[in-house]
Design a protein around this ligand. Sequence first.
Ligand SMILES: Cc1cc2nc3c(=O)[nH]c(=O)nc-3n(C[C@H](O)[C@H](O)[C@H](O)COP(=O)(O)OP(=O)(O)OC[C@H]3O[C@@H](n4cnc5c(N)ncnc54)[C@H](O)[C@@H]3O)c2cc1C
Length: 419
Amino acid sequence: MRDPQVIVVGGGPAGLVLALLLSRSGIRVTVLEQAATFAREFRGELLQPGANRIFGDLNLREQILALGYVFPPGMDIRDGRKTIRFELPPVFDSRRGDGIMIVPQQKLLELLAAEASKRSNFRLVMGCFARELLRGEDCVCGVRAQLRSGEEMIVRAPLVIACDGRFSAIRRAAGIGVRESSVPFDLVWFSAFNPGTLPDRIHLRIARDQMFVAFASRSNQLQIGWFVHKGKYARLRARPFAETVSHIAAHVPVQLDRTVRQALKGWHDLSLLPAVSQVAETWSQPGLLLLGDAAHPMSPSMGQGINVAIYDAVAAAQRLVPAFAAGASLDEAARTIEKQRRPAIAATQRTQNIITGIMYALGPNATLKFASALIGLGVRTRWWPGCMKREADRLLWGDPRVRANHGPWALAGNKSASR
Ligand SMILES: Cc1cc2nc3c(=O)[nH]c(=O)nc-3n(C[C@H](O)[C@H](O)[C@H](O)COP(=O)(O)OP(=O)(O)OC[C@H]3O[C@@H](n4cnc5c(N)ncnc54)[C@H](O)[C@@H]3O)c2cc1C
């Protein structure tokens, strides 16, 4: 392949959706991914209806449904001896409508990479860590990377798009700082074998100021999370590991007691996600654009991260493809993308942080009682306060809603290009 027109750094959801759209539109794109495979540490797996519909737009619906998704029809919230049950309306069933899905990120990324690889203008380099930006007179013009073998690789292109996640090396190399809103919790996470005894729902447990969540994420795996006060995990680690295991086992549904004890043998079995809510000071410089977590590391609250990364990618392709076709300024397109997406991200982060703030001010217990009373009232009277509708809409569909049903990528759908 000739030199790429776009270098995408990072093969996460943002990078691969973008690369797929660009390559389907005939743009030469090279993705540099530091990991050797997509079997990554646990990442977000919740696809909201808005992201799900985008995969439908891209003719990937059947493949996504075949990934072994689990549709949780509802949520059980256990508070002491009482359990509150929420049922999701059928429209959220991904088999019927756009739905909510839990999709293993590894499989999702493998699918996206396989789709993009059908085109000869797409190149994916795995095990390739992008370290530095190459600069021309007054703009970024490529990337210096290192392969696992230690060999250096230099790639040049008129546009570098950093999709390299919350710790973005490219953002740092560009000297771009982040602004931060404080998030009062961290998330401790692990996967365990699913004994198959847990009903297929999202299980939330509340114990004073702590919250535990468990759900099936694929045929034989469970995801189990524990929201801890920021900084508390370091203190926990000073105590015997067995105490932490017993604490978790005591707070997950009773069927999982043995599962938890079998899954947790040492601290290395637990992953800590320090929750952050940040936004880069700027998302673009001449020759450079930041997207996804690289531009705005998302808090895990309300499962938004993958989804907004996908909306970013689609919104970016919608500006970049016509700019390439018309030979127009890519920098102008990058600035427009930032102008379009920045308010959407600010609004989503604000919603996430307000919900988290209320939760921590009132305690999860009182918050969930209040939320369930409000939802109960809404279901009975069919009246929803406008602000609640608006916020729910934003979390489910994105605001503004982003669709990928117009553009050369949609037409290109399932056709594979000759190599
Ligand atoms: C434990 C956990 C739970 C989460 N829960 C949810 C959830 O329920 N729902 C949700 O929507 N979101 C959730 N998130 C967040 C979600 O995973 C991220 O917001 C989303 O993956 C961001 O996508 P991205 O493509 O921007 O970045 P990432 O997914 O972070 O992808 C970045 C990619 O870039 C690669 N990379 C990094 N640096 C370099 C480099 N220098 N050179 C080359 N490659 C590089 C990385 O290996 C990675 O593949 C969670 C995250 C974590 C960690």
